[in-house]
Design a protein around this ligand. Sequence first.
Ligand SMILES: O=C(O)CCC(=O)C(=O)O
Length: 259
Amino acid sequence: MLHSATLSDASDPKIRFDEDGYLTVEPLFDAAKMAEINVELDRFISERVSEMGSSEVYYEDIDDSTSIKQMMNMHDHDPYFDDLLQNSVIRTMAETALGEAVKGVNVEYFNKPPGIGKATPAHQDGYFFHIKPSKAVTGWLALEDVDHENGCLHYVQGSHKAEGFRPHARSNVLGFSQGMTDFGTDYDKENTVALPGHAGTFLMHDCKTIHWAGMNRSKTRSRRALGFIYFAKSVEVDKEARAAYQAKLDKDLSADNKI
Ligand SMILES: O=C(O)CCC(=O)C(=O)O
C-alpha cells in the first residue's frame, strides 16, 4: 500500500529516525534561503562544472550539456557547498540522527530533467559506501516542488532495521550503480511511503533505508535536489575497496559511452 508521509506523532527526531529509518522537515529552509541555494547552484553549474571530471558530472543525454542529471563531490569544488555540508543545520541533524559526531563526505546534485529524467532504482546507500559498521545518513533537500509527476522520493519505512543488506546488482541507470534485485516484495509494498513536498522540504534517511523515485513524467518541470552524505565519525572506511569500485565503475561507464 502506498501512502503519503505524515510527520510521525513522536516529536523527538531521534525517536522518529530510529523507528522509521528517515526524518522529514517541511520546510527546513525558508523561501529566501532556498532562493539563495538555487542561485548558488546555478553559479556552480556555470563556473565549476568545466573543472569537474567525468566521474563527477553525469548527463541524462551525453550530447546535451544542459541535461545534467547528477553531480558528485560539489563540496570539493566550491566553498559555498562545503560550508552547507560542514557547518549548517543539516550536519546537526545528521549528528542527531546518528547519535554521534559525523564527518561530511559528499554533496551531490540529483536532477531529473523534464521529459527524459529516469527513475531511481530501489537501493540502500550503505551497500556501496564501503564502511563498517553501516552508520551513515543521507540528507535530501528539494530545490523545487516534488511530487508523483516529476519523481518524488519513496522510502520503505522501517527497512533499515533488517539485518544486513538486500541483494543488489549493477543497475543500468547512470548515477545509481547498484539496484536491488529483489525489490517489490509484499513487505516493500505495504511499507512504502511517498514523500512529495514543496521546495525546501528536507528528508534524511539511514544508509540501510530502501528508497527509490519514479521517472520524471513532466515535459516542462525538472526535479532538482541536493544530497548530503555523512558518515558517523566512528566508522572505518575501506578506502581501497571504494577506490577500486569507483575505478571499475568509471571504466565500465566509459566503455558503454555513458560518461
Ligand atoms: O534523488 C533521487 O532520485 C535519489 C536520491 C538518492 O538515492 C539518495 O539521496 O540517496
